[in-house]
Design a protein around this ligand. Structure first.
Ligand SMILES: NC(=O)C1=CN([C@@H]2O[C@H](COP(=O)(O)OP(=O)(O)OC[C@H]3O[C@@H](n4cnc5c(N)ncnc54)[C@H](O)[C@@H]3O)[C@@H](O)[C@H]2O)C=CC1
Ligand SMILES: O=C(O)[C@@H]1CCC=N1
Length: 266
């Protein structure tokens, strides 16, 4: 996820690449790759001059949050902002485990950040100034659209947008499989499927019609779409989509609930 964000931020040219610094736990080879590919600076955590940083973006797995927070706690000041993209980690947890009054922002991007097409949510913590929220929003706008949401909506947002790209990739895998069975080659099927998804997404974004209106316009009485939709419904298509979103949102809630019990496993 961190690389997708780096890619989008560098591409946007809002800040010079050399002002972006990446660190990881110990993988020097990975840091070298990031340096070469994006022209950013990348260094071991021990080499980082904390005082030179305005925004820290935490992008480790949720299970590594405690170690990460304790390793930065005594090095960050109140003026600096800690952004976290970790699923299920509430701002209150970061505040409790950092210094009093620390400015924190919970963020949920998705991997389309790579192409500056993320749908990203942010929720500020209780000590975060409006100036910093505006700055964070500007930074995140480099990777796509940004939505400031109430933190209690972050789990459902994660279910829709953070995890969402995977549902479309899964859909595409099935489109390809079915097309292949009917004799189309995979590459052609991928292009046709992707263009169809892109066209439908643009219609929803650029037309005033609701998705239901748009669906009805495709569906001729007793035609092919009606047959396709009937099969989708018969096989639980609509319910499957709802359950996927709810499943991801519940997992996000579960990560939060397990934090205080210290049993985060992801
Ligand atoms: N993959 C995705 O589509 C999305 C992921 N996220 C969140 O992003 C986070 C990372 O996910 P991935 O990129 O998929 O995982 P990943 O395992 O590929 O990357 C995690 C990185 O964090 C590094 N790391 C661990 N502890 C560290 C520390 N204390 N200091 C510096 N670096 C440290 C690891 O070396 C590793 O490079 C997760 O918390 C996830 O919830 C959020 C939105 C979307
Ligand atoms: O699967 C995950 O937990 C992360 C968070 C959202 C997308 N990927």
């Amino acid at each position: 996820m961190a690389e997708a964000m780096i890619s989008g931020i560098v591409e946007a040219e809002l800040i010079p690449a050399e002002q972006i610094i990446a660190t990881n736990k110990s993988n020097e080879e990975r840091l070298q790759q990031l340096r070469n590919k994006y022209g950013i600076r990348a260094m071991k955590r021990e080499e980082l001059d904390f005082s030179s940083v305005d925004f820290f973006i935490l992008a480790m797995k949720p299970k590594d949050i405690d170690e990460a927070l304790s390793s930065i706690k005594d090095k960050v000041t109140k003026e600096q902002v800690i952004l976290s993209v970790l699923a299920g980690i509430p701002t209150s947890y970061m505040e409790e485990n950092l210094n009093e009054d620390q400015q924190v922002i919970r963020v949920m991007p998705n991997t389309s950040s790579m192409l500056r097409e993320s749908a990203t949510a942010l929720s500020p913590g209780k000590h975060t100034s409006m100036d910093k929220v505006i700055l964070a929003k500007k930074l995140l706008a480099c990777i796509g659209e940004v939505y400031v949401i109430e933190e209690d909506k972050m789990d459902i947002f994660t279910g829709i947008a953070g995890s969402g790209p995977a549902y479309f990739y899964y859909l595409m895998e099935h489109i390809e499989k079915t097309a292949k069975e009917a004799g189309l080659d995979e590459e052609t099927a991928r292009q046709i499927g992707s263009q169809t998804i892109l066209g439908a997404a643009k219609m929803m974004m650029e037309q005033d019609d609701t998705p239901a209106d748009l669906r009805k316009k495709v569906t001729s009485p007793n035609g092919t779409t009606a047959a396709g939709l009937a099969a989708l419904e018969k096989h639980g298509g609509g319910e499957a989509i709802s359950e996927a979103i709810k499943g991801a949102a519940q997992r996000s809630e579960e990560i939060s609930a397990n934090l205080n019990k210290k049993i985060v496993t992801q």
